[in-house]
Structures are given as C-alpha cells and as structure tokens.
Design a protein around this ligand. Structure first.
Ligand code: UN1
Length: 493
C-alpha cells in the first residue's frame, strides 16, 4: 500500500483541488516510495492566505521567542537524524554518511539561525544634527515563497525556512518533486516543535505549474530559489513584474587548481571527494581540474587509480562510494554531455557510460575527460553529474585566468604549499567561496553561501547574511531636540 501525501496549509493536511498526483521514486531501486498530491492555483491562493494569517500573529512574537520553537525543532531533528538520513538515501540516492551530513547541516543552520533570534542586529549611528538619534531595525518582509532543489533535501530547505521564520516571515514552501518526503518531514518537525498554523505551508507539484504560480503570485513578497541558471533568469524577470525581492543561488562550474608545490595525496583526496561526492550532484561539485604541467602526468595517473576503485551502488550499503543519479532526465543529460565532450575533441580517460550495479536505477560511471579546452561546452556548462574535465597550465596566472573563464562563480579551490599562491588565488578567483588545501564542497552554515556572476544575484544564504536575506532594513531617526531640524540645511553649531 503506497501512502498518499496531501498539501500542508494553515496547519492542516489538505487535499489538493486538482485530484492529480505524482510518484516519489527511489532512484536506486525505482521503487515507488509515496504518492504526492499536485497543488492547483486555488491551493496556492489558500496557502498564501493561510500564510498571511500566520504572518499577522507570528511577526508580532519577539524573535527570541520565535527562536525557542526553532531550537526545539533542532532537537527533534537531532533525535530523528538516522531515520531521516535513511529515508533521504532512499528518496534521493546519496550515500548514508552524506545524508547524515545533510540532516546535520539542517540541525546546524537551525541552531545558528535560532541563535540569531537573540541578536537581529541593526546599527546605531550618529546624526549630523544635535539631539537626534539614528538606528536601523530589521523588519520581516511578509509571506515569502521558497523553492528548493533535490540535492540537499533537508539542508537547503532549512537554510531558507529557518532564517525566514526567525526573522518573522511566513512561508509557502515548494520543494523539488524528486524529494517531497523529506520536505514533508521537515514541515512536520517544525509543526511538532510548535510553529503556529500558517507560518509554514507546503505545496507540492511541478516547477512549471506550482513553482510558476508561486513566483507570479501577487501577494508573495519575496522568492528565494536554488536551482538552474535558466530558471533563475526567468524567476528574476517574473519577479520584476510584481516587484518581489528575489534571491537566487544557481549553478557552478567549480575549479580546483593543483600547483606543483601542492601536497599531491591531499589534493587527490580532495579532488575525488569534490568531484564524485554526491555523485557530482552539488552546485559546489568540482567539475574542472586545473593541473600544473609539472605534476600533471603523475596526478592523472594516481587519480585514475583512485577513480577506478570507486564503488557504485545503493547508498544504503556501507561499501558504496557513489549512489545513483536522481532521475532519468538527469541521467540522459549527463550522457548527452559525454557525447558532446567526445565530439568536441576531449579525451575520455575513464567512464562515460551507464553503470549496472545490479539494481534497476539510474547509475553512471565516474567520468574523466582530459585535454579539455576552455571554449568547450563541457568546460562551460553545468553538467550536475560525476564528470570531471582536466586542464593543464604552466603557471598560477594561467590557472586563475582559466578558473575565471566561465559564466559561473560559486566555489573554487587551490592546492598549494605556497602561502603567496594561496593569497593570490583568494584575491583573484571570481567566486563566492575559495578553499585553500580543501575541496570545493563542504561549506559550513555560519559562513555566507553563494556566488558571483551567473551563480546568483548578489544575495548570500546562511551565515551572517541569513537573516538579512529575509528582512527589510528600516532606518529610524529620533529627534529629541523639540525643534524642527533640517538635515543638509541647518548647521549643528
Ligand atoms: C549545493 O550544492 O547545492 O558546501 C549546496 C557544500 C554543502 C552545500 C552544497 N554544504 O557542498
């Protein structure tokens, strides 16, 4: 008996108005885990209405009190960590140690952002006039629409939901259709922790209809989206029509530079983890390996040996290194890029094919391309799979120029034993994140996360920026002089 899941609106599970459903498929076994209802326009209206009612009450509760509920949610997540991780591996595919990490990241951001509930910092500053006091305060935005991807089924929703509600907003949440169960579990945890009805509402269904309706809804005040560049561009355009604030976290084509002075074993481990962890399905995944010519041959030889040893299979098994690809469309996209890479003249060193670990799901070999040139599509476009392109350079300057040669700028890394090289990379790589002697993946929640150029529109998530993403800043002037003082005109003698 496959369970059917409803929408969550105004604190209750509600049947959708469309009567339509979709299946939630395990990408390793193709087992159907659940049936999920598809929201219609009416349901989205109801969710926005419920959120508006929720917002009226919630925004008046002091932030430290709001935060108490979220600290409770973090404790419940902690208690259910293993159960959620196992479910996540079934729903999304990545290996258990990684799904545990995903839940941990949700716990971390929940504790971190809830802590911000006792700060909600503004500025106090001076006035140009006497007996006048100036400060800024943070105000909630209102009802915000959050659209999240499938690759971090609980961490990324938590990055958005928790800061949004700590800051006093109410949420309409549209998770990826590949991972609705984890979204539902998170909403349940928040409700159990005491989040009042209407503060979090869950609507499920395709981005093309449900996500679109959310983005276009006149009473949603802001959209936060993580996903592809093309969808991000469309969202930005749409949001301009209703003057919504929009924060975007889009793709990456993240480079690792390995210099001739690097600790090669350390770099090898970092490249392997960065490129093939999460089966390459992270925005922060390493997809370009930039090698100094002096170490290139040795590095590639040793990398090849390590890649050959990676075991593909069901993420629930302890021996698995690489789980499945999320769905058929994504598998076909990766295949298409391998074909493009070959046609463009890159050398396929390893992989490039579907893999069959004895399960019916979507598996693909870790894939290495050498002789990649910057103008090739496989060097420019985000593949979102286990495909790594290798480049050779003769010095740091060339390496950095190559690192900067794509439209994206999310994560980046350099392996070097030379502190000068490290700082040159920090200064010159165009990216929101630069790691030194560490892989491109593995951001921590108390630092800002996001990127430059095509990766986003200037916002950062998590970290010190988390609350700002979901707050309006108000400037406040208090004149206690008892007389009219004109700024810029009166002199303050
Ligand atoms: C993503 O790839 O969409 O830094 C997010 C990392 C994780 C988050 C990745 N903490 O790789």
């Amino acid at each position: 008996m496959i369970q059917e899941y409803k929408l969550f609106i105004g604190g209750e599970f509600k049947d959708s108005s469309t009567g339509e459903v979709f299946d939630d498929i395990n990408p390793a076994t193709l087992e159907n885990l659940a049936t999920i209802q598809i929201a219609g326009a009416k349901d989205i209206d109801r969710a926005v209405e419920a959120a508006e009612a929720g917002f009226r009450l919630w925004s008046k509760i002091p932030a430290p009190k709001r935060a108490e509920i979220l600290f409770r949610a973090a404790r419940i997540l902690q208690e259910r960590k293993e159960e959620l991780a196992v479910l996540m591996t079934k729903e999304m595919g990545k290996v258990l140690p990684e799904t545990r990490g995903d839940v941990q990241e949700a716990i971390d951001i929940t504790n971190y952002a809830a802590g911000e509930g006792r700060r909600m910092l503004g500025e106090t500053t001076t006035s140009e006039l006497k007996e006048k006091f100036c400060m800024t305060v943070l105000r909630p935005i209102g009802v915000v629409g959050l659209i999240t991807p499938w690759n971090f089924p609980i961490a990324i929703p938590a990055w958005k939901i928790i800061p949004a509600v700590v800051a006093g907003n109410a949420v309409v949440f549209k998770p990826a259709s590949d991972t609705p169960l984890l979204a539902l579990k998170l909403v349940k945890v928040l409700t159990e922790a005491g989040l009042p009805p209407g503060v979090i509402n869950l609507i499920t269904g395709p981005g093309g209809t449900v996500g679109k309706a959310l983005v276009q809804h006149p009473r949603i005040k802001a959209i936060s989206f993580t996903g592809s560049l093309d969808t991000g561009k469309w969202i930005m355009e749409e949001c301009s029509k209703t003057m919504k604030r929009v924060s975007l976290e889009l793709g990456g084509k993240n480079p690792v530079i390995v210099m001739d002075d690097a600790d090669l074993e350390l770099a090898l481990e970092g490249v392997l983890w960065g490129a093939f962890g999460t089966t390459g399905q992270r925005c922060t995944a390493t997809s370009r390996l930039i090698l100094h010519e002096k170490i290139k041959d040795e590095f590639v030889k040793r990398l090849l040996a390590k890649v050959k040893a990676l075991r593909i299979g069901d993420g629930l098994l302890p021996e698995t290194d690489i789980g499945p690809i999320i769905n058929k469309a994504q598998l076909e996209k990766i295949e298409k890029y391998v074909k493009i890479g070959k046609e463009e003249g890159a050398t396929l060193l390893f992989g490039g094919n579907r893999s069959d670990p004895g399960l019916p799901g979507y598996f693909f070999e870790p894939t290495l391309f050498a002789d990649v040139r910057p103008e090739m599509r496989i060097a420019q476009e985000e593949i979102f799979g286990p495909v790594l392109g290798i480049f050779t350079v003769s010095d740091l300057e060339e390496a950095i120029e190559l690192a900067n040669s794509t439209k994206y700028g999310l994560s980046s890394a350099i392996y070097t034993g030379n502190v000068g090289n490290a700082f040159r990379a920090i200064e010159k790589i165009e990216a929101g994140i630069t790691y030194v002697n560490a892989p491109t993946i593995g951001a921590e929640v108390h630092l800002p996360f996001g990127g430059v150029k095509g990766t986003g529109n200037g916002f950062r998530e998590a970290g010190t920026e988390a609350i700002k993403e979901f707050s309006e800043v108000k400037a406040v002037y208090i004149d206690y002089s008892g007389r009219l003082q004109k700024a810029q005109i009166d002199s303050a003698e």
